[in-house]
Design a binder for this molecule. Sequence first.
Ligand code: HAM
Length: 419
Amino acid sequence: MEAVKAPRGTRDILGGESWKWAYVTQKCREVADDYGYKEVYLPIFEHTELFCRGVGETTDVVEKEMYTFTDKGGRSITLRPELTASMVRSYLENEMGKGAQPAKLWSIGPMFRYERPQKGRYRQFVQMDIEALGAQDAFVDLEVIDFSMELYRRLGLSNLQVILNSVGCPKCRPVYRKALQEYLRPRYDELCDTCKSRYDRNPLRILDCKSPICKEVTEGAPSVMEYLCDECKEHFEQLRRGLDRIGATVVLDKRLVRGLDYYTKTAYEIQSGDLGSQNAVCGGGRYDNLAEAIGGPHVPGVGFASGLERVIITMEAQGCSFGRKPETKAYVVAAEPSARIEAAALARELRMHRISADLDYMGRGMKGQMKSAGNTANYACILGASELEKGVVTVKDMSAGTQEELTTEQLINKLKAQQ
Ligand code: HAM
C-alpha cells in the first residue's frame, strides 16, 4: 500500500526553509508595529455567506475556488479564501467602530483556494494582510501602499512594480460599465467563453483577461479614468500626489480591476519580474461598501494582502538575506556511556543560558558522536571519565580543529560571547 501523500496544492515547509518564514514574519511584525497596526487572530473558517456576500457571487473565488462543506450541525462553512471579509466581520462584531478610528489591523495565516497549482500558486497559501477600517481619507490608501513598499524594501526586494488604478464607486462605475459594454458589443463574438459570461455580470473583469484575443479586443476600450465621478477623481489625485511626494514610482494601468468584487476607488498590485505568470506579490485597495454588503453600517476600508510564498520565492531568486540561519552551537559528546547523564545535564545548562545545544540519542559511539558534532554544530563538548574527574569539558572547535579544556562556566562565557 502506498503511503498517504499531502493533497495537491499544499506544501510542507520544513526546517531547511521554515527559518526563512520566521524571518519574513518577523519583518511583517516590525513594519506593522512601526505603522501602528495591531495583530489579530481570526478564525480559519467562517460562514459561507460571509464570502458570498462580501467577496461577491460573480468572482472566481466564490464561484469556483472555495473549500465549502456542511458541518455536523448542517451549517455551510468555508475555509477562508482571503482575510478582508473576515476582518470587516470582526470589526463589526467586536464593535471596533466605537474605538479609535481608523481601526488598523493586521494578521498572518493560511488561506484556501481551489486553484490550479503552479509556481507561486497553491491551494493552501499564507497571506500577510493589513486593513485600515473606518476612514475615507486618501492618505490612508497612501499609508497602505507605502506599508507594502516599505515591507519589501526591508526584505531587500528589488525589481518590483507598483500598478495602480481606480475602479470608481457605485455612483460612477455603472456609467463606465455601460460604456464598456457598448464598446465591446460589436466584438462580443470574439471574446473567450469566460469573458462572454462576464459581459453581463461583470464586464470590468474582461479588461484583465489573459487571453490574447480578449486583450486585443479591449485594447482601445474606454478608460475608467474618464468616467470617475468628482469624488473618486479627487481621491485618486490626492493619492497620486501623496505617492509622488514619497518618491514612489507607480504605473497607472486602466486594466487593473482585481478579481474581488468589493473594490471601490483605489485598486493596486505590486508585481515582481522574478515570479513568472503568478507575478503579484501583493494586491489590495479600497472597499467602502463591503461592510454594508455583509449586513453592517457604512464602514469605509482599505488594505492589502501579500502571499508569503511569492515573497520568499522572489527573495530567493534575488539572493536576498534571510538573516542568520539558526545553528546548533554545542554538541555534547559522552565519551563513554557512563558520562551520558552528565552530558544530558550539561546540554540542559547550556540551553538555560540560551546556548543552542544538542546531543546523541541513538547510542552512537564516540566516533559517531564526533561526526554528528561536525555535521551539526560549531563545537563538540566532550565529557569522559577524565573530564568528569577534573571538573572540565574538552571543547573542540569543529571548523578550526583546535581544542581546549574549560570549566562549565568558562564554556558558557565563551559561547555566549560569540552570540
Ligand atoms: P488577492 O489578490 O486575491 O487579494 O490576494 C493577495 C495576494 O495573495 C496575491 O497578490 C498573492 O500574492 C497571494 N495569493 C493569492 N492567491 C494565491 C495562491 N493561490 N497561491 C499563492 N499566493 C496567492 C486578496 O486576497 C485581498 N483580500 C487583498 C486585500 C486586502 N484587499 C484589500 N485588503
